[in-house]
Design a protein around this ligand. Structure first.
Ligand code: GLP
Length: 263
């Protein structure tokens, strides 16, 4: 696991967006796995600026989102499809037909999950998966106790998650407690993973993910098993890490190697 600790959240967004731009430059027809939530917002804004400047194009890219609320359609402002269309894709030169989000209004959720897995496989698998992390260590909507080998399926949201996401819903508005989510096994199949975490509220989850045991109690700890995961955090999110000096030295070494490679 590569752990990159940066002074503040703006630097996290710049670093993460550069990872995605590099991926698309290496392979213009990349399949990207995308996340919602507040964590990747600044990264998406940076991508949109880079795209507007003409320094990257998403015209051949296809995307698969991690998850969607069961019961919310694409026109619902709190649905992840709505978020992606209005907040992310509208700023990129991407073909909307090549963007995929699980269907929150599907009639047969179990079949829809299987079909989602099949579409990822048909697209050739995910080249780069972007992730945030929940305060309870979830990735996508894989709540604590999720099988580390799980595939796309219906999950019941934990009380913590429902409470954390309540801020997006109006008082009295229906807030789903079920979601369709890629499984941890689906996420681990991605060739490269980039996870972002900012702010002190994420520090316990970051500690458990990076330095805790590999356990279904912290679904993100499964990333310790993945051969190419980069965790990008700001200093507040890194606050509880014990081996900060080691991560900083490793990153210096990594930057030196990358610089030597370029030069
Ligand atoms: C949500 C999403 C996750 C996201 C996480 C953190 O419930 N399902 O994909 O990473 O919670 O959200 P935020 O970035 O808003 O803190």
């Amino acid at each position: 696991m590569r752990v990159v600790i940066l002074p503040e959240s703006e630097a996290v967004a710049a670093f993460a967006s550069q990872q995605i731009v590099d991926q698309v430059h290496r392979k213009p027809s990349s399949v990207l796995g995308l996340a919602t939530g507040s964590s990747p917002l600044a990264t998406y804004d940076a991508l949109s600026r880079t795209c507007r400047q003409g320094a990257v194009s998403f015209s051949d890219v296809s995307t698969f989102n991690l998850d969607e609320y069961l019961g919310l359609g694409p026109d619902h402002p709190q649905s992840y499809r709505y978020f992606m269309n209005h907040r992310v894709f509208s700023g990129l030169d991407i073909d909307l037909a090549e963007t995929h989000v699980p269907d929150g209004l599907c009639d047969e959720p179990f079949r829809a999950c299987e079909a989602y897995e099949n579409s990822i496989a048909e697209a050739g698998g995910i080249d780069l998966q972007l992730l945030g992390i929940g305060r309870n260590g979830h990735i996508g909507f894989n709540e604590p106790s999720s099988s580390l080998g799980s595939r796309t399926r219906v999950k019941t949201l934990s009380r913590d998650t429902v409470a954390a996401n309540r801020r997006f819903f109006d008082e009295g508005e229906f807030q789903p407690t079920l979601a369709l989510t890629m499984g941890i096994g689906t996420i681990l199949d991605a060739r490269k993973i980039v996870l972002l975490a900012t702010g002190e509220a994420k520090s316990a989850a970051v500690k458990a993910m990076v330095e805790g045991p590999l356990t279904a109690r912290c679904p993100a700890s499964a990333l310790q098993w993945h051969p190419d995961t980069t965790v990008i955090v700001d200093e507040p999110a890194a606050r509880l890490l014990e081996d900060v000096q080691y991560y900083l030295r490793s990153e210096e070494g990594m930057q030196q190697l990358l610089f030597d490679d370029d030069g």
